[in-house]
Design a protein around this ligand. Structure first.
Ligand code: NAG
Ligand code: NAG
Ligand code: NAG
Ligand code: NAG
Ligand code: NAG
Length: 245
């Protein structure tokens, strides 16, 4: 595999892209074999290997679905497709992108289940799937991504319980699950992720009550959004101990 592999992967992607307004044809036209891949709009290559390391085509009014060939961009570290009209399910071949640290697929129309194979992308630090049409449950395998710092699954019709295993994510700073259809108790393990700064659960059907020692478990918590749920019990009286809140 070499840069030609990356080129054919991106050309396969381009061949499925639809521009929703004329202006964004700029990208589709400029992704052309007459110029080197590394200068294409939205593409960044690494200096050492001259392979594609980042793809950022966010906010370009593009639609289409993701071809399996995208899984051939084996040096990819960061992919940002956010704020577009991409749809369909995510191809399993993306599991090959073991160097990925950043996936931002927010504000698109992706559907299907959240793939459990995300659990194999061990270097992932940020996973943003907000504002899509993902259905089904949150896969417990997400807890395998031990480097994960930022997980945003908000604004999808996800259902079921928040997996207990999410509490194993010991580097998590931001967990956003607001405006889904989640039910059941908030796993107590989540209130023990000491790195957590932002916890957004607004607009679900979560029940149960809050641990009295919430501030001991979440010493760095800055933003805690729990409104529009079915929580009961008391507001912990020592909330003032969360000094950064
Ligand atoms: C990539 O590899 C193929 C097959 O080995 C070769 O034909 C091609 O010339 C290479 N391309 C570059 C840009 O190195
Ligand atoms: C992706 O692109 C959007 C729009 O340009 C930007 O707001 C967002 O921060 C980017 N995501 C990441 C993870 O950098
Ligand atoms: C790229 O990916 C596709 C589909 O996953 C595969 O058929 C193809 O052989 C791969 N390799 C290259 C070098 O393009
Ligand atoms: C998650 O990790 C466990 C234990 O390390 C492993 O057996 C399993 O295959 C992994 N699953 C996924 C989807 O990452
Ligand atoms: C449920 C939800 O928030 N949907 C929003 C997704 O993003 C689009 C574009 O910003 C909004 O129009 C939707 O309201």
């Amino acid at each position: 595999m070499n840069i030609s592999t990356d080129e054919s992967a991106l050309l396969a992607f381009k061949s499925r892209m639809i521009s929703t307004i004329d202006r964004s044809n700029i990208l589709i036209k400029k992704w052309s074999v007459s110029t080197p891949v590394c200068v294409w709009i939205g593409v960044t290559c690494g200096l050492r290997h001259q392979r594609v390391t980042a793809l950022d085509i966010s906010s370009m009014n593009l639609g289409g679905n993701i071809p399996s060939q995208l899984g051939n961009l084996s040096f990819l570290v960061s992919i940002n497709l956010s704020i577009n009209y991409f749809y369909g399910s995510l191809p399993r071949e993306l599991i090959q992108l073991r160097r990925l640290k950043i996936i931002d697929f927010g504000f698109n129309s992706f559907s299907g289940q959240i793939p459990s194979w995300f659990g194999f992308l061990q270097n992932l630090q940020l996973l943003n799937l907000r504002n899509n049409s993902f259905t089904g449950f949150i896969p417990p395998s997400l807890s395998n991504i031990s480097m994960l710092q930022d997980l945003d699954l908000s604004f999808n019709p996800l259902q079921g319980k928040i997996p207990e295993e999410i509490g194993n994510l010991h580097n998590l700073k931001t967990l956003k699950l607001q405006y889904n259809r989640l039910t059941g108790l908030i796993p107590l393990t989540i209130f023990n992720i000491s790195t957590l700064e932002n916890l957004f659960f607004t607009g679900n059907n979560l029940s149960g009550n809050l641990p009295v020692d919430i501030c001991r478990g979440l010493p760095r918590i800055k933003v805690l959004r729990l409104s529009s749920n079915e929580l009961d019990g008391e507001i912990p009286s020592n909330l003032s101990e969360c000094s950064l809140l």
